[in-house]
Structures are given as C-alpha cells and as structure tokens.
Design a protein around this ligand. Structure first.
Ligand SMILES: Cc1cc2nc3c(=O)[nH]c(=O)nc-3n(C[C@H](O)[C@H](O)[C@H](O)COP(=O)(O)OP(=O)(O)OC[C@H]3O[C@@H](n4cnc5c(N)ncnc54)[C@H](O)[C@@H]3O)c2cc1C
Length: 471
C-alpha cells in the first residue's frame, strides 16, 4: 500500500500513443504491459505502479519534442535512470510516460587538460569511473549502487556514497548541465569553465531536483587526478560509543579519511551470513571502515598508522589494515553487501537520515528503542563522517506488516532525527516516501519557496508529480 495519496492516474489515448510514436519512432516506445514491468518500479520496497507508456529517446532533441508534447497534453512525465532509487523517485505515480534515459548513455568527451568529462545522463556511474581511471583520472562520487545507477540519477538525487566523506556529494562535481525544461525548451547552465558565478546558480537548483523541475540530458563533470595510493583500515568496537569516539577523534586530530563507514552488528550478521563468510570479532557491536588516499605511500601510511593508534586508544578490539586491492576488497566485502542483504530480513522500509556527527550514536540508540517499542527490528549502517545513517526497519520474523504501525514507527524515528538537528533525506532524495516528513527539517518559508520554484518552472505540474512536494 502506498503511504501517500497518489496523484490522479493519467492513461494515454490511442492518438496520444500514436503521436509519441511519431516523435520517437516505433523502437523507442514501449506499451505492452509485460514490457512495461521494469519501468513500473525502482528499488523502493515493493511499490509498483505502471506507466501508460515508456519512452526511450536517443537524443536531447527527442526528449525536448516529447516533453513539449506531454506538456501540451498535460501528460505526466517521470524521468528514469537506473531505477535504483530508494525513495520511490522513479516510480510513475500518475501513470503517463516513464521517460527512460537508458539509451542516452555515451561519454561524449574526457578532456584531460581541463579535467572535465562531458556525459549523457544514462551513463552507468561505474562506466565513467572505469573510463576516467584508465587515463589516471578520478570522478569521486560513488554510490554503493554504482554498477547499476546512472549519472543522470546521481545528479537528480545529488547522490553521495562512501567517499563523500572526503570528496563530497555529486553536486560538488558538476560544472554545468543541459536540461529539457517542462515546456520542451533546452537550457544549458554552464560548461568547461571552472569559475562562473553569472546569475543565480541554476546548476545547483537542478542538482537534487529529483526530476521535478527538468530532465537532465547532458552534464559537464569535474575530474581530478586519481590518488596514487589508497589503503583501508577496519576496526571492530565493543560498543557504539567507542566507535563514535573514534570517528570524532580521527577528525579532531586532523585526519581526513576518504571513506568512514559505520556498520552495526545486526548488519554485519545479515551480510556475512548471506555471503557465507566469517568476520573477526563477530560479537563486536560496531565496526568502522576507513579509507585513506593520497599521492605518496608515505603520506597514506602515516595516516593509516595514526588512525590505527587512535582506534586502539578508543577501544578497538583489533585493527586490520590493507594496502593492496585484493585485500581491501575483502575488508569492504561485508559492508558492500549490506544494501542487498538487509532485504532478507523481511518486509521493511529504508530511511536515509542525516544528523550532526556527534548525534550519530544517540540516533542509533533512539531508533533501536523506537523500533522495539513498535514491535519492529532496526539495523543501521552508513557514512559516519557525514552523520548519514541508513536505517532498515523491518518486521522481525517476517510475516505481514501492519502498515499503520509501520508508518507510526517511521514517523517517530523521523521526529527524533529532527529533534537531534537532522534531516529526513541525507543522500537518497525525498521522493514520495519522505515527502510527508519534509516539514520536520524544512520550515514553511523554505517549502513555500520550493513550491514557487516548481510552479514557475513546471506550471502544469507534468514533471514527476507526487515527488518532493505535497502539492
Ligand atoms: C544497493 C543500493 C545502494 C545504494 N547506495 C547509495 C549510496 O551509497 N549513496 C546514494 O546517494 N544513493 C545510493 N543508492 C540510491 C540510488 O542508487 C541513488 O539515488 C542513485 O543516484 C539513483 O540513480 P538512478 O540512475 O538509479 O536513478 P533512478 O532511480 O532512475 O531515478 C532517481 C531519481 O532521479 C530522477 N532522474 C533520473 N534520471 C534523471 C534525469 N536524467 N533527469 C532528471 N531526473 C532524473 C528520477 O525521476 C528519480 O526521481 C543506493 C541504491 C541501492 C539500490
């Protein structure tokens, strides 16, 4: 059952299907129910809603003509990339057209002199990583879904990932965008020029707009030389508090880990079980996983040793270090498997909370208490340096979930997050699953500004209706 009121469904008339087919060509239009199945869901729980038609354009010009037509006919358009969204952003809540950017998947240029990549939105994130790394370059944003999510989706969600601890989220890496606006016009917001403050920052406005303001059709992304050396440190801790102390102390002492991941014991249990691997100190309440990178062996080694000393002083049960790729992969293996493994726990909801770093452990303790009070289980992992906690709330022992109780437990966790000074959407966007809770972290004036922007840029409300905003 959907936790929010759905916008009115819009089906297409045969004439509209024929018109869209004339715009895009037969092979770019999907209407058969069986073939529409992939376009009816993303990774958000088990929510499914079919679009009336899926469109798979090959160029900006095709997107522009399609969106102009949909605007004229008031047909809802839901942009889609890799459909890995965890807040329902890519689900076509109002039917209409699912606009998949999957075939606009070319890396148009990698300019090593200006350190810029120009890409289409359907490029899989890992594909760009591999292409630039072959040239000794680096594009840091690395959502854990990087093998299946797209750059367009990352831009629309302002996605983060483990290495945003040092390098920040996607928005920090964008120099300019090309976007199709709701009326079908094409706007460019920047390009290869690195410093450019002419006018309001519309690049920043579109980044994180979750497909509700425009369809991103091209991006100019900033690159850096690839750090020559990377190393990993894994430390299990007997208590949540000792792990939190370690995160604070590492940063207080001026170390800048490129990743700083937190995993609680239940997450380790479910992920290691799924993978069939044993972990050292299985009873440890919390584990921290740090990456350090840099230009020189000596620099990274110094940071690694210092971080190990700090972890030990904070009570780590052991400190495991890895400098070669194969061993680093082993240390990361259980962490990387969590996103999929937690789904084995049964009917569930994913929350993506952000709090000041110091409130990380109070949040973990509170969410366990709240989940328990409502008869649910909760596991938590996330990007500790960013105070970003992914919570998986589930019905212990499986079985059907009382949707009302589930919603109440979720509301209580969101309220506690807000009380701790946090946000209901740290990196996964608002979509529709966090929509009703936006008021907890954004005041009325902010929400009024969001609505005014939406109405100015999409007066007919065709772009991704039902997401981010309540009206
Ligand atoms: C296992 C797993 C791990 C994950 N790990 C992370 C993580 O570490 N960090 C993180 O931030 N997220 C993570 N995510 C969430 C998700 O992968 C990201 O939000 C990602 O950015 C979505 O990209 P996508 O291509 O799949 O977009 P989709 O799911 O297809 O769409 C996401 C949103 O973007 C909009 N959109 C897509 N393309 C465009 C476009 N071209 N123009 C305008 N709007 C568009 C859609 O309408 C929708 O609102 C994870 C998800 C999974 C399943």
């Amino acid at each position: 059952m959907f936790p929010v009121p759905l916008p009115e469904r819009r089906d297409l008339t045969p004439e509209e299907v024929a018109a869209i087919t004339r715009i895009l060509g037969d092979d770019s239009v999907v209407v058969a129910k069986d073939d529409l199945q992939p376009y009816a869901h993303d990774w958000t729980e088990d929510f499914v809603l079919y679009p009336a038609l899926a469109a798979r354009p090959r160029s900006t010009a095709e997107v522009a003509r399609l969106v102009a037509y949909c605007n004229e006919r008031r047909i809802p358009v839901t942009p889609q990339g890799g459909r890995t969204c965890l807040t329902g952003g890519a689900i076509p809540l109002a039917g209409g057209v699912a606009l998949s950017l999957e075939r606009m998947n070319r890396i148009l240029e990698i300019d090593a002199s200006n350190l810029v990549a120009i890409v289409e939105p359907g490029v899989i994130t890992q594909t760009l990583h591999e292409a630039v790394e072959e040239l000794g370059l680096y594009y840091p944003p690395d959502p854990a879904s990087r093998g299946s999510c797209t750059l367009g989706g990352n831009l629309a969600e302002n996605a983060g990932g483990p290495h945003s601890a040092k390098y920040g989220v996607t928005g920090k890496w964008v120099l300019g965008l090309e976007a199709v606006m709701a009326d079908g016009s094409v706007m460019t917001t920047g390009g290869k020029t690195r410093k450019d403050v002419a006018g309001y920052d519309l690049t920043a406005l579109l980044v994180g707009s979750e497909g509700t303001l425009a369809v991103i059709t091209k991006a100019w992304l900033r690159l850096i030389p690839k750090p020559k050396v990377s190393a990993t440190l894994l430390a299990p801790f007997p208590t949540l508090e000792s792990a939190a102390r370690c995160v604070a102390e590492i940063h207080r002492q001026g170390l800048v880990p490129s990743a700083c991941e937190f995993v609680d014991k239940p997450c380790v249990d479910v992920s290691s079980k799924r993978k069939g691997v044993a972990v050292p100190f299985p009873d440890a309440e919390a584990r921290l996983l740090f990456d350090f990178d840099g230009a020189e062996d000596a620099e990274v080694e110094r940071d690694l040793v210092r971080a190990g000393e700090i972890a030990t002083a904070c009570g780590a049960l052991e400190v495991l270090l890895a400098t070669d790729e194969a061993r680093r992969r082993v240390l990361w293996d259980v962490r990387r498997g969590i996103g999929e493994a937690v789904r084995d726990l049964g009917p569930s909801a994913e929350l993506d909370l952000g709090v000041p770093r110091t409130e990380f452990v109070p949040l973990v303790s509170a969410l366990r208490r709240i989940a328990g009070e409502w008869g649910f289980g909760a596991v938590a992992f996330g990007h500790a340096a960013d105070g970003n906690l992914h919570v998986h709330l589930y019905r212990e022992g499986g079985g059907s979930v009382d949707a009302g109780r589930f919603a109440e437990a979720i509301a209580a966790i969101y309220a506690e997050t807000a009380r701790l000074g946090g946000t209901v959407a740290a990196e996964h966007g608002v979509g529709f699953t966090s929509r009703e809770h936006l008021h907890l972290c954004r005041p009325p004036a902010y929400r009024a500004a969001l609505l005014a922007i939406k109405r100015a840029l999409d007066p007919n409300g065709i772009l991704n209706p039902g997401k981010v905003l309540t009206s």
